[in-house]
Design a protein around this ligand. Structure first.
Ligand SMILES: Cc1cc2nc3c(=O)[nH]c(=O)nc-3n(C[C@H](O)[C@H](O)[C@H](O)COP(=O)(O)OP(=O)(O)OC[C@H]3O[C@@H](n4cnc5c(N)ncnc54)[C@H](O)[C@@H]3O)c2cc1C
Length: 539
C-alpha cells in the first residue's frame, strides 16, 4: 500500500510525539509506531527531566555538571542548547497537559547523582508515564496527525532503493520515507515523505539484562546505518547499576529499575553473604557515580560467580519507603519481597545509549531529509557518559528543533518523489523455523552481556566480533529468504547494533566514560580518539 505525507515520524516516545505535535502546526504527519502508542522507553522513565528552574540554580552549573559527566567528549554548543532551552520545553510539556509534582504551588525539584543543584522536574516516580499520557492524548486529538500503531519501520528509502540511482555518492543522498510492516495486516507499506524523523529510541535489547522494553531493539540505528547515514560513539552504553533481579524474567521483558534515589535514601549494596562492598571501591561508597557502582557490582558477580547482589534499605521505616518509592515498593512486593524487611536482589542492566545517528544542532542527520531526535540520535550532549535525567530533556529540546528546521526544509527544498519501487518479496517464503530466531537472539544478548558489557578487553571484543559476525550473516540470509515479520526485523537490527558497538569499542584504545577496557585502563591524555564515527560505505 502507498502512503504519502509531508512528514513521516517513526516512534511514539517523547521525541516522536513532541516532534509530531509541533510539525502538525504547519504540515501533515504520519506517525508510525511498532506497538501500542504508549509502549516506549519514555513510558518507563521514573526519575524525571533535568532543567534549571530553581532561582538559585544557573545555566552554567547545569552545563558544567553535564560536561563533567561526559568525560571530555560533550559538544559544548549542544549542551548549552539543551540547558538554555530546557525550561521553556518543560513549560511546553505542562501546557500540553503534563502534570508534574508540585510543592506549595511550585515545581518540586529533586536532586540526582552528578547534579550540583536540585533540578529534576518529576511526576512522583512515574515521570515518563505522565509525559507519555499527556502527549499521546494530544496526538490522538490532532487532526493533522495520522497515528498508525503496530507498524514497524523496516528500512529507510534512499537512492539505494532506486536501481538507476544506486551508485550515487554517499555525501549527497536523500531520505524519502520508509518501508514499514503493518503487523495487523502483514502488509508492507511504502511511506513516501518530504522529511522523515527517526525517533525510535534506544537499543537496550542488544543485551541480556536491560531496563529497556522489547521495542528498544535499536531499529533506528540499524536502519540509518544500512542507509549510509553517519553513526557515532556507539561504544558508550550506559549500564544502570541496579535493576530488580528476577529468575522468572523472560528473555525480552525489561528488568525493573530500582532507581538511584534508593541509594540516595540510604540504600546499601551487599554481597549475597551480607558484606557491604562499596567502601572497597570508592570513598563515596554507595553514592559513587553510576559507572563506578556498576563496575564494582560486575566485579563482585564475576569474582563470586553470583547472579545478583543485594540492595538493603531495611533500616528505613516502611512508611518512609512507601511514601518515597510507591512504585518500587509495589513492584517488589508483587514479586514476593517486602523491601522494608528484606534485601532487594539487583543486577546491573543496559540502560541508555549515548551514541547514535549523528545529527547537527537542528537534528539533521547526514542524509538530506532525515532527522533524528531522542535516544537514537547523537547530538554530542552526552559525550562519553550521560548525566542522569538529561535524556528526556535532550529528546524534547531536539524534537522541537527538528520541527522548526523541517518547517523551512519542506517549504524550500523538499518534494515527494515518484518512482520509488514497491516492496518486493517475490520468491520469499513464510518462516517456519522461528526457533532459529529465538535461539540467535538469546545468543547475541548473552555474547554482548559477557564480552561487550561493563568491563571489556581486546580478547573479549575479538571473540564477540567473530561470533556476532556469524549470527549476522545467518540472519541476513534468513531475512532474504523469508517474508518479513517482526522478530526477524528486530534480530537483524540487534545484530547490526551489536556489530556497531563492537567496532566502535575496538577502535577506542583507552578507558573513557562508559567504555572501560582492561587492556587500556586509563583515559588517553591527548583525547586523540575523539568521536567514533561509523559509516556503511556500500548501502
Ligand atoms: C527504566 C528507565 C528509566 C529511565 N529514567 C529516565 C529518567 O528518569 N530521566 C531521563 O531523562 N531518562 C530516563 N530514561 C531514558 C529515557 O526514558 C529515554 O532515553 C527516552 O525516553 C527516549 O525517548 P525516545 O522518544 O527517544 O524513545 P522511546 O521513548 O523509546 O520511543 C521510541 C518509540 O519508537 C518506536 N519504535 C522503535 N522502533 C521502531 C520501528 N522500527 N518502527 C516503528 N516504531 C518504532 C517504539 O515503539 C517507541 O514508540 C529511562 C529509561 C528507562 C528504560
Amino acid at each position: 500500500m502507498d502512503v504519502k505525507t509531508d512528514v513521516l515520524v517513526i516512534g511514539s516516545g517523547i521525541a516522536g510525539l513532541f516532534a509530531a505535535l509541533r510539525i502538525s502546526e504547519f504540515a501533515e504527519v504520519v506517525l508510525i509506531t511498532k506497538k501500542e502508542k504508549n509502549e516506549s522507553n519514555t513510558n518507563y522513565a521514573q526519575g524525571g527531566i533535568a532543567s534549571v528552574i530553581d532561582p538559585n540554580d544557573t545555566f552554567e552549573k547545569h552545563i558544567e555538571d553535564t560536561l563533567i559527566a561526559g568525560a571530555g567528549l560533550c559538544y559544548r554548543n549542544t549542551v548549552e542548547i539543551i540547558v538554555k532551552e530546557g525550561p521553556q520545553r518543560i513549560y511546553d510539556l505542562m501546557n500540553l497537559g503534563t502534570e508534574f509534582t508540585k510543592k506549595n504551588g511550585k515545581l518540586d525539584l529533586a536532586k540526582e547523582g552528578g547534579h550540583s543543584m536540585p533540578r529534576i522536574v518529576h511526576a512522583k516516580d512515574l515521570t515518563g508515564r505522565e509525559v507519555e499520557r499527556a502527549l499521546v492524548q494530544q496526538v490522538i486529538e490532532n487532526k493533522n496527525i495520522r497515528l498508525i500503531e503496530n507498524t514497524i519501520a523496516i528500512d529507510l528509502i534512499t537512492e539505494h532503493n532506486m536501481q538507476q540511482l544506486k551508485n550515487s555518492p554517499l555525501n549527497n543522498r536523500n531520505c524519502w520515507g520508509a518501508y514499514a510492516l503493518n503487523c495487523d495486516t502483514n502488509e508492507v507499506l511504502k511511506i513516501s515523505s518530504k522529511a522523515t524523523v527517526l525517533a525510535t529510541g534506544g537499543l537496550g535489547q542488544v543485551y541480556l539484562h536491560t531496563t529497556n522494553p522489547k521495542i528498544a531493539s535499536g531499529d533506528g540505528y540499524a536502519m540509518a546505518y544500512r542507509a549510509g547515514a553517519k553513526i557515532g560513539n556507539m561504544e558508550f552504553v550506559q549500564f544502570h547499576p541496579t535493576s530488580f533481579y528476577s529468575p522468572k524474567r523472560n528473555n525480552n521483558s525489561p528488568a525493573f529499575l530500582i532507581s538511584e534515589a534508593v541509594r540516595g535514601f540510604g540504600g546499601i549494596l551487599r554481597t549475597r553473604d551480607g558484606e557491604a562492598f562499596m567502601p572497597k571501591y570508592d570513598s563515596r561508597k554507595d553514592l559513587a557515580p553510576r559507572d563506578i557502582v556498576a563496575r564494582a557490582i560486575d566485579n563482585e558477580l564475576k569474582k563470586r560467580g553470583d547472579e545478583f547482589v543485594y540492595l538493603d534499605i531495611t533500616h528505613r521505616s516502611k512508611d518512609e519507603i512507601v511514601d518515597h518509592f510507591p512504585n518500587i515498593y509495589q513492584h517488589c512486593f508483587e514479586n514476593g519481597i517486602d523491601i522494608s524487611k528484606e534485601f532487594i536482589p539487583v543486577v546491573p542492566a543496559a540502560h541508555y545509549s549515548c551514541g547514535g545517528v549523528v545529527v547537527d544542532e537542528f537534528s539533521r542527520a547526514s542524509l538530506k531529509g532525515l532527522y533524528a531526535c531522542g535516544e537514537v540520535s547523537m547530538t554530542g550532549v552526552h559525550g562519553a557518559n550521560r548525566l542522569a535525567s538529561n535524556s528526556l530533556l535532550e529528546a524534547v529540546v531536539f524534537a522541537h528543533r527538528a520541527a522548526n528546521n523541517i518547517k523551512q526544509f519542506i517549504k524550500k527544498d523538499a518534494a515527494i518523489i515518484t518512482g520509488i519501487p514497491d516492496w518486493d518479496d517475490s520468491g520469499t517464503l513464510s518462516a517456519d523455523e522461528r526457533i532459529l530466531i529465538t535461539h540467535s537472539s538469546k545468543e547475541v544478548k548473552q555474547i554482548m552481556w559477557d564480552y561487550v558489557g561493563i568491563v571489556r578487553s581486546n580478547l573479549r571484543l575479538e571473540r564477540a566480533e567473530r561470533r556476532i559476525h556469524n549470527i549476522f550473516t545467518e540472519t541476513e540470509d534468513f531475512y532474504k529468504r523469508t517474508k518479513v515479520f517482526e522478530d526477524i526485523l528486530e534480530l537483524r537490527n540487534i545484530c547490526a547494533c551489536a556489530h556497531m558497538i563492537i567496532k566502535s569499542a575496538k577502535g577506542r584504545k583507552e578507558s573513557r566514560g562508559l567504555h572501560y577496557t582492561l587492556d587500556y585502563p586509563a583515559v588517553s591524555p591527548t583525547n586523540k580518539f575523539g568521536d567514533s564515527i561509523l559509516q556503511n560505505l556500500h548501502p
